[in-house]
Design a protein around this ligand. Sequence first.
Ligand code: NAD
Length: 268
Amino acid sequence: MTVRIAVTGAAGRMGKILIEAAVAATGAELTVAIVRPGSSLAGADAGELAGVGKQGVAIVTDLADVIDRFDALIDFTSPSATLANAELCAKHGKAMVIGTTGFTDAEKARLLGYQSQIQLCLAANFSTGVNLCFKLLETAARVMAEESDIEIYEAHHRHKVDAPSGTALRMGEVIADTTGRDLNKVAVYGREGQTGARDHDTIGFATVRGGDVVGEHTVMFLADGERVEITHKASSRLAFGNGAVRAAGWLLSQKPGLYDMQDVLSLR
Ligand code: NAD
């Protein structure tokens, strides 16, 4: 079955990538692209905006006007825009793939309220490789945690405003959950001066910012006499775009509910 995809925030960094990914995917068809109300891009061709050639999909500014033209909305915008879109999608029974980050607890609770009406797929990172790493980390933590110190390193481009990355934090959570620790109590986010010897149960985070690094994460399990490193390197945002388009197709055959990429990739 071909999933008809709508991309909102189409002019954004991820919006353009999502258009590219939807156009390239088999089993998916880009049918709608949406930009902010008042945008001068209204009426332009979505494929041309994304640099993948004319697709015959004219950009629109109002989701309500095109609600019958898609099966799943992929939304990587802002919390307020995503919430407004979710309300409309819930009313019309449209699935949503949500990559937007930065929701407050109250916003997240409102968003999750729609899971009884529609299929929602939420993930802080839609890359297949990162989601595989989450699974590998469970195994590594089970086998290695007792005898090793665990440190997480991440690097991102100079424009990233938060640290550590949501993905690094999620990696820390996976390890903490697997080993019965509370990340809030064991995370160490920086070291300077007389830090004292390392406490075995801590999980250290190190952050690098600069250049155009799309995203790198390495988790080290440092034991006496050996070390295991699990590394993921994203070289293009297409890694996130392809995952989101895959999620949209997968959602079509699911019941209303809340899902993430671990479900999409059958990694549970
Ligand atoms: P961006 O600023 O380049 O693009 C955001 C787009 O959303 C813009 O085109 C903007 O016009 C549109 N938008 C914002 N508010 C809107 C509103 N109220 N109405 C209509 N349109 C609105 O940002 P980006 O780098 O593309 O990232 C977008 C979001 O996706 C961020 O929250 C980012 O953290 C997240 N992200 C998630 C993943 C993942 O894998 N989950 C990967 C990359 C980015």
